[in-house]
Structures are given as C-alpha cells and as structure tokens.
Design a protein around this ligand. Structure first.
Ligand code: FAD
Length: 304
C-alpha cells in the first residue's frame, strides 16, 4: 500500500524496495585509545552500508598528520572500504605537503580531499600564505594531480566561504579547482536546503559538471552547533532552534530530533534529484545508520 501523501517524503522513501542512494562518511583521527575504539566501532557498523568512500580529516598545519595517515592506512588494510585522506596546506611548506602526498600514494591511497585549512587565528580570519606554501585549495589540487593521478575532491560552501566576497567568487574558485583536477565537490554542512538548492543552480549555470554532494551533519549538541555555525557563517534556521528549545538536559530527545531533521533534509534533497550524501559522522554510527535506513539503504554482504 502506498504511504498516504500526508506522511511526507520520508514515508515515501521508506516504501522503496531498493535504494539508489549513495553514501560517503567522514571521520576524524582519534586522539586516545578510547576514541580509537569508538571510531572503529563506528566504521564497522557503517561498513556494510557500502559507502563509495570514507574520508578522514586532517588538522590544519599538519597537526594530525600521523594519526590521519595511520587511520587511512588501517581502513585500507583492515576493511573493504575506500579511504579518502583529507589534506590541508595552511601552515606547511610546499615541500612538506608534497611529501605527505607522496606518502599517501606510496601507501596505496588514491583519493584525497584537498582543502586549504583555516587560518591559524581561526575561521574567517584573513589568511596570508607564506611565500613557499600553496596559497589555497586550488593550488593544492594542482599539486596533488601533478604528483600522481589521485582522485581529488574539494570543499564548497553553499552559504559562501567566510573569507569570500561573494558566492559568484566561490563558483569561480570551484571552476578553477575543477580545471586543476578536482572531480567531486563536498559541501560544508547546512540546514537551509533552499540556500543549498540556489547554490546548486548557480553551479549548474556556470557549466560545472562534477558531482556536487551535500554534506549532512546530524546535530545532537545544539549549543555546540550554534558556536560552530557562527564561526563558519552557516545559518541556523529559527525552526531548528525551536525544535531543540528546552532540551539541554534531554540528550535522548535531541538525538531523535537530529535523526528526523537530517532524514527529512535528505528526503527533500532527493526530491530535487540528489542521490548522493556525505555524512559528517563525528565518529558515531548510530544516527547516521538510522538516517541511512530511513533513506532505504540496507546492509550489503562484505567481502573481506
Ligand atoms: P579554498 O578553496 O582555498 O578557499 C579559501 C579562500 O581562498 C576562499 O575565500 C576562496 O574564495 C579563496 N580561493 C581559493 N582558490 C582561489 C583561487 N583560485 N583564486 C582566488 N581565490 C581563491 N579543515 C581542516 O583543517 N581539516 C579538514 O580535514 C577539513 N575538512 C573539510 C571538509 C569539507 C567537506 C569542507 C567543506 C571543509 C573542510 N575543512 C577542513 C575546512 C576548510 O579547511 C576551511 O573551510 C578553509 O577555510 C577553506 O578551505 P577550502 O579548501 O575551501 O579553501
């Protein structure tokens, strides 16, 4: 029986026998043994959902160089997943960055998410690149593809990068990144789906044809989100604030809300033709797993 229309897009997604949804998951490199354990529990739980790739972040200035490297190498050797290593270029010389790129290639890594990284004084601060460094992610992308035939993914900002004068400038930057060899763009997290769709329209109008993948962050810590969003200038809609109002001491309800908000966003994006989603997992599997179920994704057999 078809779900009554009043049940909305999530119910319609749940009706499908098979899902055409494709996924990727982002993790950060763990600092302690306990964090390492919970990261690996999350990876194991999400692995059967057969993501296209899983990515591991990299601290600006190379602060997580060893931990990122160790994590992507273990993903490569211990799982059937395709790891994508993030790489930033702030606070590092060209020679240092080139060395990391070569290390990744030698270790068998074939996918890199190329990012500039935030300035040392924090997000939005004016970044003055030192003379012997890559000035931005465009130059970094060119360097990566010059060194070896990696698949390079880059970041985009549907609500504008905080240092950028306009969205139009950002679209030109994305074009330059594609010319430098980028083959996929992952968006910053967002909650204003309509703003994301306007951005998509501008990307299309500019003739950019690489896949644009919405970055979805299920939010359980609303106070933390407000801080992060104000730094990176991501709008937090009033409706989201209302949903979390009065729930500071109620983590269970916050998690249920986080799951339905993210699932509803994905369902709306699916209606607009998106079928690939990048999840900011924060190294936890349960919410992302539930959202993927709602999107119709089911576990696949793993061949070790
Ligand atoms: P860029 O694309 O270099 O943009 C930075 C500024 O330079 C922009 O204002 C842009 O307009 C300008 N610019 C870039 N290229 C040109 C050009 N060719 N001509 C003129 N202007 C140009 N940070 C981390 O430290 N570690 C991570 O692992 C990490 N992962 C991320 C993953 C995703 C999906 C995203 C969206 C962001 C991530 N970040 C990460 C944050 C990111 O490093 C910051 O947002 C940073 O401020 C900008 O990075 P970028 O790669 O977009 O920079």
């Amino acid at each position: 029986m078809n779900a009554p229309h009043a049940l909305g897009s999530i119910a319609r997604a749940g009706e499908r026998a098979t899902s055409r949804v494709r996924l990727s998951f982002e993790f950060f490199p763990p600092k302690t043994e306990a964090m390492e354990e919970s990261l690996w529990a999350a990876i194991r739980r999400l692995e059967p959902l057969a993501p296209d790739f899983v990515s591991v972040t990299y601290g600006a200035g190379g602060s997580t160089r060893e931990r990122t490297h160790r994590t992507v190498r273990r993903i490569l050797t211990d799982t059937g997943l395709k790891p994508a290593a993030h790489l930033t270029c702030v606070g590092a010389t060209k020679a240092e960055v080139d060395e990391v790129i070569r290390e990744y290639w030698a270790a068998g890594i074939r996918h890199i998410v190329a990012l500039r990284g935030d300035p040392p004084e924090g997000i939005g601060g004016a970044y003055v690149p030192p003379a012997d460094s890559y000035a931005n992610a465009t130059e970094l992308t060119a360097a990566i593809t010059r060194i070896a035939p990696f698949e390079v993914m880059v970041g985009v900002y549907p609500e504008k990068h905080p240092e950028s004068p306009s969205i139009e400038h950002d679209i030109n930057v994305l074009k330059a990144k594609v010319d430098a060899g980028a083959s996929l763009a992952i968006s910053q997290f967002f909650f204003d789906v309509e703003a994301f769709l306007r951005f998509r329209d501008k990307v299309d109008a500019a003739g950019i044809t690489i896949p644009l993948v919405p970055g979805i962050m299920p939010v359980t810590n609303f106070n933390g989100l407000k801080k992060m969003s104000s730094a990176c200038k991501t709008a937090v809609p009033a409706w989201l604030a209302t949903l979390f109002e009065g729930l500071d001491e109620d983590p269970d309800t916050r998690r249920l809300i986080a799951c339905s908000v993210a699932a509803e966003m994905c369902a709306r994006l699916e209606e607009e033709g998106f079928s690939t989603f990048h999840f900011y997992t924060l190294n936890r599997a349960d919410l992302v797993y539930a959202i993927c179920r709602v999107l119709g994704v089911r576990e696949k057999e793993i061949t070790p």
